[in-house]
Design a protein around this ligand. Structure first.
Ligand SMILES: NC(=O)C1=CN([C@@H]2O[C@H](COP(=O)(O)OP(=O)(O)OC[C@H]3O[C@@H](n4cnc5c(N)ncnc54)[C@H](OP(=O)(O)O)[C@@H]3O)[C@@H](O)[C@H]2O)[C@@H](O)CC1
Ligand SMILES: Nc1ncnc2c1ncn2[C@@H]1O[C@H](COP(=O)(O)OP(=O)(O)O)[C@@H](O)[C@H]1O
Ligand SMILES: [K+]
Length: 455
């Protein structure tokens, strides 16, 4: 079982194509199912401490994995029972079924077991499940001590993370061969429990992957404050938000943070000047952050301030109110990161089509900017077609000001010389790690300060 960080994410069709390329004959395809089933059996043995497992098998290849796992567990002397709602429909599943010589119980009246394995439906779920399937699945899951989903919890939509039928909450989900969008996208992601990847020997290249631990830029003997990265944060109507972004930029590792348009206050390491374009340009910032607390009311002040920043050649992070003032569509030529939450994203790009990953990728391609589409399932997309999905870091991030902190961290990473995609990934990773370390009910101020300890 492999940790998911940095691993490729494939849609159902991409996964099918990868499997067909890796296994061009029925025997080779069946060998993949044997590997998947063996991995499931091994996970059950490791996690169950010898307790009886009940494996629920569906009509397709997800069910096939279940028959293989049941056979292997039985061969190894592990207590196992199997229940199905119908006979297998696919050739592979029929072949796997033929290898199981134990009884097949009826799903509707199967007795519970301490370990429940859901091999009902995986990437082939085509519509919502009927009551005859969901009721026993929930009944048996409620009675189990450990719930394990094979590939995906039955009831979630693979490609967009929608939940056409609510599954039980699983303790462990074993993604087979590669991650799928539903493993990380909400609302499906909340049903996964601990997510583990099982290598079944299928190369799975993809331009979409899970967030990875970045290599953060480190100062060296030749570094001085300006080579570390100079971040300029532009303040506005609500200076607290820009203060948070500036503090975050400093704690994320910037060598020099210049806050324009805010009164002097702590932290004293942040240099403060009245707003002017000259003050912004004098030190040629490595990144300009504008938007946190900029203001929406007095458009005659804030829109010209935003326009003058956008006319400079410096890399820019646009957040909050700056996103509200942008006209749509907008074409950015220099290194640009936009950090919209769902409301700002809809305002800028509309509802669009497809999954959150598809929408972020289309917005990045259209705008020429790297998009950080925030939420419990933050998606980062570059205008060149790459996308990165972050697993939920901490639900306690849902508090005012944490987005300002993220914008500041993005600025620090851009100013340190990372390209926008790498800068956004590093900032989202650092932000999530700091949030997890802080535990419950932290303030955005704590989060900004907590970034340094997480580098
Ligand atoms: N080589 C491989 O291919 C490998 C595949 N692997 C495994 O295969 C899984 C994908 O297999 P899959 O494509 O057979 O899909 P699966 O999730 O079993 O469901 C399809 C079946 O369910 C049915 N059905 C769908 N929705 C339904 C509903 N709401 N209510 C009732 N029925 C419904 C559908 O019937 P139909 O829509 O045709 O009526 C069909 O019979 C993948 O997740 C992984 O676990 C691994 O073994 C590695 C090798
Ligand atoms: N339920 C959640 N789980 C994980 N992260 C969340 C959740 N809600 C919000 N976040 C994260 O918290 C931050 C909130 O940003 P934003 O909505 O812009 O807040 P603000 O404008 O108050 O700073 C984003 O980084 C977002 O991804
Ligand atoms: K399943």
């Amino acid at each position: 079982m492999i940790p998911i960080h940095g691993q490729p994410i494939l849609t159902a069709a991409q996964m099918r194509a990868a499997e067909e390329a890796a296994a061009p004959t029925p025997d080779a395809m069946y060998a993949l199912m044997e590997r998947a089933g063996a991995g499931v059996a091994e996970a059950v043995r490791r996690l169950s401490a010898g307790a009886e497992a009940l494996i629920l098998c569906g009509p397709g290849n997800n069910g096939g994995d279940g028959y293989v796992a049941a056979r292997i567990l039985r061969e190894q002397g592990h207590p196992v029972r199997l229940a199905a709602a119908s006979e297998p429909k696919s050739d592979l599943a029929r072949r796997a079924r033929a290898g199981w010589d134990g009884p097949v119980e009826r799903l509707a009246d199967a007795d519970p077991a301490p370990v429940l394995v859901d091999a009902l439906f995986g990437t082939g779920l085509a519509r919502s499940l009927d009551e005859g399937l969901t009721a026993p699945l929930h009944r048996l899951a409620d009675a189990a001590r450990l719930r394990l989903a094979v590939d995906l919890p039955s009831g979630v939509a693979t490609d967009d993370g929608a939940v056409p039928s609510e599954p039980p909450r699983f303790d462990v989900t074993l993604a087979l061969g590669a991650l799928k969008p539903a493993h990380l996208l909400q609302p499906a992601a909340r049903y996964m429990g601990e997510l583990r990847l099982l290598d079944i020997g299928v190369p799975a290249p993809s331009r979409t992957r899970a967030l990875a631990r970045p290599t953060l830029p480190e100062p060296g003997p030749d570094s001085h404050k300006f080579t570390r990265g100079l971040v300029c944060v532009v303040s506005g109507e609500m200076p607290g938000a820009a203060e948070l972004a500036a503090t975050a930029a400093a704690h994320a590792g910037a060598g020099y943070v210049l806050l324009l348009g805010a009164e002097a206050s702590a932290p004293h390491a942040i240099v403060r000047r009245p707003w002017s374009l000259e003050a912004l340009s004098v030190r040629k910032p490595g990144a300009v952050v504008i938007g946190p607390g900029l203001g929406r009311e007095d458009k005659s002040i804030w829109i010209p301030r935003l326009s003058s920043v956008l006319a400079t050649p410096y890399p820019v992070v646009l957040d909050g109110d700056a996103l509200r003032h942008l006209s749509n569509p907008h074409s950015f030529r220099g290194p640009t990161i936009l950090t919209p939450h769902a409301g700002e994203f809809d305002h800028l790009f509309g509802l669009g089509q497809g999954s959150k990953i598809d929408r972020a990728r289309a917005a990045a391609e259209r705008s020429g900017a790297t998009i950080v589409f925030k939420g419990a399932d933050t998606v980062i997309a570059s205008p060149h077609g790459d996308a990165i999905v972050a697993p939920e870091a901490s639900a306690w991030l849902s508090t005012a000001g944490t987005g300002d902190v993220l914008a500041g961290a993005c600025g620090a990473m851009l100013a340190a010389g990372l390209d926008p995609l790498a800068a956004a990934e590093a900032a989202v990773w650092l932000h999530g790690r700091a949030a997890r370390r802080l535990g419950p009910a932290f303030l955005a101020d704590d989060l900004a300060e907590g970034l340094s300890a997480c580098r």
